[in-house]
Structures are given as structure tokens and as C-alpha cells.
Write a protein of this length. Structure first.
Length: 76
């Protein structure tokens, strides 16, 4: 088992993919402050992200102007 892929039970996990244009809106709006820049790319820290389970839709996906820049971890 890959321990890096373990995340909190029941919560969806998200990642930022290659479509990201690095506008930074998601970083500014994430209620958990789970998004930061690593190696010049925006990155979701999955140990902090709770999948926006209190909201109707993940805030980062809602504000991101690029379709499918932020995807569920199972999407590739
Ligand atoms: S799903 Fe919510 S908590 Fe997770 S990175 Fe996106 S905005 Fe932040
Ligand atoms: S809002 Fe979307 S395009 Fe902008 S930095 Fe975040 S993932 Fe990238």
C-alpha cells in the first residue's frame, strides 16, 4: 500500500493538474489554507484539505477559471 495516498476516511481528495495557469485564486479562497506553491506549482496539501465537506462544492473547483485544472485524486 502506498502511504502517500492515504487520506481521511470519507473525504474526497483533490489535486491540481497540468492545466493550472497559476492564477492563485484557489490559494486565496481555500477555507482550510490547504493550497500553496511548491516548486513553482500550486499544490493541495491533502493532510489539510477536508474536501470542503461543509460546502455544496469544493471552493477551489468553484473559483478556478480553468476546467479540470483541479481534479479528484482518482481522475487523471
Ligand atoms: S477542496 Fe476545499 S479544503 Fe480542499 S483544497 Fe479545495 S478549497 Fe481547499
Ligand atoms: S484557481 Fe485553478 S488555475 Fe488558478 S492557481 Fe488554482 S488550480 Fe491553478
Amino acid at each position: 500500500m502506498n502511504v502517500i495516498d492515504v487520506h481521511k476516511g470519507g473525504n474526497m481528495s483533490y489535486q491540481i493538474g497540468k492545466r493550472c495557469v497559476k492564477c492563485g485564486i484557489c490559494e486565496l479562497t481555500c477555507p482550510k489554507e490547504a493550497i500553496s506553491i511548491r516548486n513553482r506549482n500550486y499544490y493541495i496539501e491533502r493532510s489539510i484539505c477536508d474536501g470542503c465537506d461543509k460546502y455544496e462544492k469544493p471552493i477551489c473547483k468553484k473559483v478556478c477559471p480553468i476546467k479540470k485544472a483541479i481534479v479528484e485524486k482518482t481522475e487523471t
